[in-house]
Design a protein around this ligand. Structure first.
Ligand SMILES: [Zn+2]
Length: 81
């Protein structure tokens, strides 16, 4: 159980984020299975994206971190989805 803090936002009592310890975890978010706040969630999402979004765009450079969706679309032409 997340600790219920005294901090409220728009009348909603925020819970304590397990990741950063700030009282920024929205109860709705907790209800759908998160125990960390939006900031930490975004941070993790970025980390995960960096993990799987590695594709051999430029052969000379080896694996390239893909940050542009259009790059991925272009790649699909050659890999077939
Ligand atoms: Zn957090």
């Amino acid at each position: 159980m997340a600790r219920i803090s005294a901090f409220t936002m728009d009348g909603i009592q925020m819970l304590t984020c397990r990741s950063c310890g700030e009282d920024t975890l929205h109860p709705e978010r907790y209800n759908i299975g998160y125990n960390y706040c939006m900031d930490c969630g975004d941070f993790r999402a970025r980390e995960e994206r960096a993990g799987w979004c590695i594709a051999p765009i430029a052969h000379k450079q080896g694996a390239t971190l893909v940050t542009n969706r259009n790059d991925l679309k272009g790649l699909n032409k050659y890999t077939g989805e």
